[in-house]
Design a protein around this ligand. Structure first.
Ligand code: ADP
Ligand code: ZN
Ligand code: ZN
Length: 751
């Protein structure tokens, strides 16, 4: 027997199948991890068996597999098929495509099964003899504890740890050691699963009777065809989770399993508790806050079908759920579903592929679906399900928009508008709580006129240009256009105010100045470094330890606090004019989320949004939570400017310590790849299909001592797009530039 093996080394040079012979005494199967001799020195290396065959299929001398690493297959046949697709779709090595499917610490065997020492009765022990040995002459028992232990264990399969016995029979320790000495008890080991839910019990819940819109959605999910994708567009509080749970329940009845993805940051115990309350023991979780041992054990519970419902973050899309019936991706618009590490996969794309491979159904849920998803649903690629109403007829909180330009012109150049100051004061008076939200992203900043709100945008792309300190210039991250920063506003002529982004610290300082004695908490990247910092801050705030919580995007996920009646968006425009074509979409999503959450429970909520662009659709339309109007306008703009979903960006990055080398590599790549792409397009349409190929310094030109240059390719989405993208990869593979670091399709950022 011969095995075709992928060695666990992420390097293009060894990215192929190697043949090994399988010794008689080794039981091997595809998907198993093995140790194989590799390279000239025959160094033992870990690898994955991909297939077995009777024939050698190679004329090279073959070496034997040394041993299997686990007694079971760590990869299922379905995962092997999925990894092959990932390799092709994201152009990564086979090893990279497989690594994501197993617990990281399994590699190198850095995590092990946990066994507890257990005790059971020796098979030779006889109760009669034992009782005789501890009886006194007058019929009493000398060692009553020992007898109790004997009786506890005198049942088929009875096997307990010493701690468990002690819990039944307090003070049993010395009796136990005496019985071990006498050979009555024997020590053994039993495997256990480390339990991430330890100490957190939940009350069981039953399915709720559904409202008509929920029932319709559930029916559509249950009746959807194999491999189909559905988009569930339901406002916050419309009862999406209840629909998910009932859809899962009907899969479980059929013997199928399910995967539920939620954004990492909302994977709180509260979220997982809802599923555990309904499905009990068969729920497993996978997220970054698990210990290595817990992660390994949860993965094994899934692998061995002890858990059938997996709740997890992005990478849980790879969980080895057998007979998968349903995948749910909640808050599907979240950018965190795209991996920043190699392979840079999108969990949604992987889930679609996996659904097609297995015949499972995929449900994407959101109150504000991504533009691309909603567009696909409208074109019939996804089945669209709408749940437009809240469960209990709750009213949405009142949203006020404050024009910060008028505040400035009337002499208030502070961070807080008069309206927001009043609202904070009232909240403090009523002993309620407020959240101040700064939707700030990344390092970049746009330049804007404080008096009239004029924003410098690129003439080609209509996205905000970004200020670059080192060149004192404005630049567009999509087409590379640049401009000098003028000294006066070209629109109103006023002295130009440069917006450099304000921090949470600044907001806190001004707040304390305005309201002496106010108790504040801050949540930003400075304060959330620790493992549970995010949760700890939210818990402290929930306990009422502060009046105001100030934070970035992160706080938007923690808004389910009953005493919070005011949400202030300090400056809505910082994401709005981020130099990204999705800024408007992201801003609308964030603000809608914020506005849909304030003032739950019985207290009336209020939202104040401060902006220089009160008429911008991403801000104006969130007053009425009007997703559909927003979509129609925004998708029209995308078509007009040819941004995704109507086009595709491909970005190749060149990195070197030598600036000239990086720049020249980008230049060579740019001209060569243009020819390669044109060859795949029909000559007639080429001008419309290849919009541009643009080499130039990356927005972050230098990082960690290395210079970064990029080639950005913009293609209109047509029938030829896939071929053109393949041509880019093929060209890169053939004319490999040594400093080509990555090639990405529609990257999450252009920095
Ligand atoms: P979403 O996920 O859409 O934000 P949830 O599923 O969290 O909404 O539902 C909001 C609230 O409504 C929850 O407290 C949930 O228990 C409750 N709920 C959901 N469906 C029903 C129903 N059919 N009847 C009564 N209450 C429901
Ligand atoms: Zn101006
Ligand atoms: Zn541009």
């Amino acid at each position: 027997m011969f095995a075709r093996v992928i060695v666990d080394i992420s390097n293009a040079n060894v990215d192929r199948l190697f043949t090994y012979s399988v010794p008689e005494d080794i039981k091997a199967a595809p998907g198993q991890r093995v140790l194989v001799p590799f390279g000239r020195g025959n160094k033992p290396i870990e690898g994955f068996i991909i297939e077995l065959s009777e024939e050698q299929q190679t004329s090279h001398e073959v070496k034997p597999i040394l041993r299997t690493l686990e007694p079971y297959t760590v990869l299922t046949a379905e995962q092997l098929a999925l990894s092959e697709w990932i390799r092709a779709a994201y152009h990564c090595t086979r090893a990279d495509s497989l690594r994501g499917m197993i617990p990281a610490k399994l590699r190198g065997s850095r995590v092990k099964e946990k066994t507890v020492r257990t005790l059971r009765l020796s098979p030779n022990a006889s109760r009669e003899e034992f009782v005789a040995s501890i009886s006194t002459k007058d019929g009493g028992i000398k060692a009553p504890k020992q007898l109790e232990i004997f009786d506890l264990l005198d049942r088929p399969d009875a096997e307990y740890s010493a701690a468990d016995i002690n819990a039944f029979i307090p003070g049993a320790a010395s009796a136990i050691s005496a019985m071990i000495k006498k050979g009555l008890l024997i020590e053994a080991g039993r495997e256990t699963y480390r339990d991430p839910f330890a100490g957190r019990s939940v009350k069981p819940t039953l399915p709720l009777p559904l409202l008509p819109s929920q029932a319709a959605a559930l029916k559509a999910i249950n009746e959807a065809g194999s491999g189909e994708t559905l988009l569930l567009h339901g406002v916050t509080g419309s009862g999406k989770t209840e629909v998910y749970m009932q859809a899962i329940a009907s899969e479980l009845e059929k013997g199928h399993g399910a995967i539920v993805l939620v954004p990492e940051i909302s994977l709180t115990p509260q979220t997982t508790d809802r599923f555990r309350s309904r499905f009990g023991e068969c729920v497993a979780v996978l997220h970054s806050h698990l210990s290595d041992g817990e992660r390994f054990d949860e993965w094994r519970r899934i692998r061995f079908k002890k858990a059938r419902v997996v709740i997890g973050a992005r990478s849980a899309v790879f969980a080895p759920v057998d007979e998968l019936g349903l995948i749910i991706i909640d808050e599907e618009h979240e950018p965190s579903y795209v991996s920043e590490l190699t392979p840079k996969y999108s969990a949604i794309e992987v889930a679609r592929r996996r659904a097609r491979l297995t015949g499972a159904r995929l449900v994407l849920g959101s109150a504000t679906p991504s533009l691309t998803s909603y567009y696909r649903a409208k074109r019939g690629q996804y089945k669209l399900l709408e749940m437009p109403e809240r469960i209990n007829g709750d009213t949405m909180p009142r949203v006020d928009i404050v024009d910060m330009r008028s505040e400035y012109l009337s002499g208030n150049n502070g961070i807080f508008s008069n309206l927001l100051k009043e609202a904070i004061a009232k909240t403090l008076e009523r002993r309620e709580q407020a959240i101040l939200f700064l939707n700030r992203r990344g390092y970049s900043s746009h330049v804007e006129c404080r008096a009239c709100g004029f924003v410098f945008t690129c003439k080609n792309c209509y996205v905000a240009m970004t200020y670059h300190k080192f060149s004192n210039a404005l630049r567009c991250h999509y087409c590379g256009a640049s401009a000098f920063v003028p000294s006066k506003c070209p629109s109103c002529g006023s002295e130009f105010v440069k917006f450099s982004g304000m921090g949470t610290q600044q907001v806190e300082e001004q707040l304390i100045e305005l309201f002496p004695g106010i108790r504040t908490l801050r949540m930003d990247t400075d304060t959330t470094g620790g493992k549970n910092a995010h949760r700890d801050i939210l818990d402290a705030f929930t306990r009422g330890e502060a009046d105001v919580l100030i934070g970035t995007q992160m706080v938007a996920k923690g808004l389910d606090i009953p005493n919070v009646t005011l949400v202030g968006v300090v400056f809505a425009d910082s994401t709005l004019f981020h130099s990204d074509y999705r800024s408007s979409e992201r801003t609308f999503q964030l603000l809608t989320q914020v506005a849909g959450r304030a003032g739950r429970a019985d207290k009336e909520g209020r939202v104040v949004i401060q902006t220089n662009a009160p008429n911008h659709r991403a801000i104006a339309l969130c007053i009425g939570h009007d997703y559909k109007s927003f979509f129609e306008l925004e998708i029209g703009d995308r078509l007009h400017t040819l941004f995704p979903p109507f086009s595709v960006f491909v970005r190749a990055l060149f990195v070197s310590r030598n600036e000239q080398e990086a720049a020249e590599a980008a230049g060579r790549f740019s001209s060569g790849v243009t020819e390669a792409i044109l060859d795949t397009l029909s000559r007639q349409d080429a001008k419309n299909e290849l919009i541009f190929v643009m080499p130039g310094a990356a927005p972050i030109r230098k990082r960690d001592g290395e210079y970064r240059y990029a080639v950005i390719i913009k293609l209109a989405r047509t029938a030829h797009t896939a071929g053109a993208i393949e041509a880019v990869y093929a060209f890169a593979a053939k004319h490999g530039e040594e400093c080509c670091r990555s090639i990405e399709i529609n990257p999450q950022d252009m920095l």
